[in-house]
Design a protein around this ligand. Sequence first.
Ligand code: SDX
Length: 428
Amino acid sequence: MSDTAFIKYKDQSYELPVVEGNENEKAIDISKLRGESGLITIDPGFKNTGSTRSAITFLDGEKGILRYRGYSIEDLAEKSSFIEVSYLLIYGELPTADQLKIYKDEITKHTLVHEDIKKILEGFPSNAHPMGVLSSLVTSLTAFYPKSLDPNRSSEAVDKSIIRILAKMPTFAAWAFKNEAGHPVNYPDNKLDYCSNFLKMMFSLPTEDYEVDPVVANALDKLLILHADHEQNCSTSTVRIVGSSQASMYVSISAGINALWGPLHGGANQAVIEMLEAIRKDGGDTKKWMAKAKDKNDPFRLMGFGHRVYKNFDPRAKIIKKAADDVLEKLGVNDPILDIAKGLEEEALRDQYFVERKLYPNVDFYSGIIYRALGIPVDMFTVMFAIGRLPGWIAQWKEMRENNEPIGRPRQVYTGHTQRPYPEINKR
Ligand code: SDX
């Protein structure tokens, strides 16, 4: 029996279908509401509005559940690899051993970028933020692969575009960092795995060899898995709406990179470290900063805390917090801001303001501490988030295209002037 909801407005009642997802979520399908009633709905920030049906990632904010294609984030972080998870997200199933080998080999073959990328890079001053460089280099792929601009290409052609951007993203990211550091770029080393190759491109110098520490490479692989997708977050919704105009995958992903840059979204991992450093320099008085975070007249927010969906705990934060302890111990790093972070978390979990608003550490609260221990500079943290989120953006763009979803074009409630005559005095 189909489920329905009723909207009663003035003397009319409108019957609307209720759709149900595979995890018992329910949504009122309002696609016919305006035609039947003249009414639209409004929901700034889409806090209560579903934009699509998706089979990729499931979150339960109350229970702290995160699953990619049905597999729990805990299992994937412990047992899988970032490359395998990227295949799972994009193609819907875990690859067989043969499929994984072919996929990995294809990615390895495409890590090199066109030499002309260096000319684009040289156009950026060394103070250019790596996120701006990254989104520009991703957009430049449309110039080197103009056939990728056709949104209606064969699945084989789309698969080739997917391999190319997965393969080249670490190269772009490392080159963006080298541009800022004023160092010569390093070419990919195809003898290395995905994360080791990235670390070597990041940290190798002409004056000294860089030996990849497997502890660092493994920690990075786990962090990328934890960031790989997160259903309809701000940057993914950006990728979908840009792609809904039939703009190409590369430019849709470039738009997603720019949306992720914001400090309320992926930029929070950089803002968390800057906040913890400020607290440390200020003598470590966490109570003073907690008071600032609660003061409505103070724009300061406790970065890395709170989440639109998770109202209990962010399962990724729990995994990253434990990984931070493990990695810092294995690397013999003693970072004072880790203790400040733990102190803030303990205080917030006891504080009525945070408990009432269900504000808990999110994925960004501890990730920066690991990146810092791995030697990654703070303004590369959101670039790390982008490398991790890339498979999710690809999967969501691909699903939107395959489902032939309509162009995104929300309505509005107009609050400006009603019609008024052009004034005589201004006649030219
Ligand atoms: C990510 O969507 C995703 O899935 C994102 C992400 C992903 O994987 O893609 O998980 C990654 O972006 C994580 C979030 C990283 N951002 C931050 O850590 C920035 C700090 N957090 C916030 O600004 C905030 O919590 C958001 C943006 C994350 C969520 O904001 P919402 O859902 O719009 O909630 P809100 O701003 O309406 O806040 C509700 C209340 C408000 O107080 P009242 O007006 O009710 O009195 O909680 C307060 C807010 O002032 N509040 C905070 C706070 N976060 C919310 N107060 C102090 N410090 C904070 N961090």
